[in-house]
Design a protein around this ligand. Structure first.
Ligand SMILES: *Cc1c(COP(=O)(O)O)cnc(C)c1O
Length: 377
């Protein structure tokens, strides 16, 4: 009998979603507004501990709106973490601005404060102050926020916190999503909780969130007819999707615990193998462990690379994936400047994400680790 396919990170419904969706059907709120949208926004604010939230059609839309509100236009420079998913950087291109990529450090795999400082100084000296810094909490691991926020403060450049992968993570006790001038969440199908597809823009500044809602609904001026003086977008979340989100948010803490338990199982089981290192979690940092990530050093593993492992797992219908390919190595961004060394590049070359869904069974985890261990004997 063929074993079932194990996915990298698949949706995990709680059973709490359908009543909210049913309510939407019963009340005919089948639209990109409604009580679930309002409720989801309030519940997100309460959970993250921030003042204001706008539920949107995607995390990418949230980053795009953040850049628009910071006045990013053609010719502007935006500093962005290189080691990330393309969605962090694509909205910079929508605005015709230039993304400038920054390397990671080895403690959290996120924005390297030294490289960030070099870039901020470089552009300050040129008289081309960057319009924003986009930093990410990759795979759920909070970035070095104290250092990054201090640099943004001293160079007077707003920080956009891409917390798309980090709902439920904390940095010295405070939730990811509460640190940026504007912060971004994603509820795509593969994230820790999902609305099937969706995102949110969060801020302690209510003006930003109010403006985001305005821009996200075609920028309609207050008038009885349809009157427009700005370019608008159709970026709001539907009341159905928000209903799914409300049911998912009820179990977020369980989901974080389940993903962290996956990580601990992998670490306990695979740590003794030579050459394997897991994504670190410094003191005071708490990752939701959205994905369990490791690197393999072939010098120590007897020649086994992350590709050896990935292909062996694929043979057994187990999905794993290389770590994000840094943006400064992407053909799309070949012309973009880059500040830093080869930290992100080395992570990409040696790193692998293991199946990490909160719905994995103990038998699945056994099957995965047994297959990996077999390569090492
Ligand atoms: C998923 C993700 C996004 C984009 O979110 P969508 O909702 O898929 O548009 C942005 N940044 C990072 C780091 C992500 O992982």
């Amino acid at each position: 009998m063929a074993l079932k396919k194990i996915f990298l990170s698949s949706p995990h419904l709680s059973g709490h979603e359908l009543p909210y969706v049913q309510q939407a059907f019963d009340s005919n709120w089948i639209a990109p507004l409604g009580p679930n949208v309002d409720g989801f926004e309030q519940e997100l604010c309460a959970y993250v501990g921030t003042g204001h939230a706008a539920a949107l059609s995607s995390g990418t839309a949230a980053i795009h709106l953040a850049l628009i509100m910071l006045g990013v236009t053609a010719g502007d420079v935006v500093l962005c973490q290189s080691f990330t998913f393309a969605a962090s950087a694509n909205p910079v291109m929508y605005q015709g601005a230039t993304p400038v990529f920054i390397d990671s450090e080895t403690d959290t795999w996120n924005l390297c404060p030294e490289a960030l400082e070099t870039a901020l100084k470089y552009y300050a000296d040129l008289g081309r102050k960057p319009k924003a810094v986009i930093g990410v909490h990759l795979y759920g691991m909070p970035a070095k926020l104290k250092e990054i926020l201090a640099l943004c403060e001293s160079f007077k450049v707003p920080f956009i916190e891409d917390a798309a992968e980090a709902l439920g993570s904390t940095y010295f006790g405070q939730k990811a999503g509460a640190f940026g001038a504007m912060s971004v969440l994603s509820f795509n199908g593969n994230k820790i909780i999902t609305t099937s597809g969706g995102g949110a823009l969060l801020s302690t500044n209510g003006d930003y969130v109010k403006k985001a809602r305005f821009l996200a609904t075609q920028a309609r001026d207050p008038a009885p007819h349809y009157q427009h003086s700005e370019v608008g977008y159709n970026y709001r979340m539907s009341n159905i999707c928000a209903g799914i989100g409300r049911g998912q948010l009820e179990v977020i803490d369980e989901r974080v615990a389940q993903r962290r338990a996956n990580f601990h199982f992998y670490k306990e089981t695979l740590h003794p193998l030579p050459g394997i290192t897991f994504q670190p979690e410094p003191e005071g940092y708490f990752s939701n462990r959205w994905l369990t990530c490791l690197t393999i050093d072939p010098q120590q593993s007897g020649g086994i690379t992350r590709e050896t492992v990935r292909l062996a797992l694929a043979e057994d219908d187990i999905e794993s994936r290389p770590l994000w390919k840094p943006m400064h190595m992407q053909p799309l961004f070949a012309d973009s400047p880059y500040f830093g060394g080869n930290v992100a590049e080395n992570l990409f070359k040696s790193g692998l994400c293991l199946p990490s869904g909160s719905n994995l069974e103990p038998a699945d985890l056994q099957r995965i680790t047994t297959r990996i261990k077999k390569l090492f004997v």
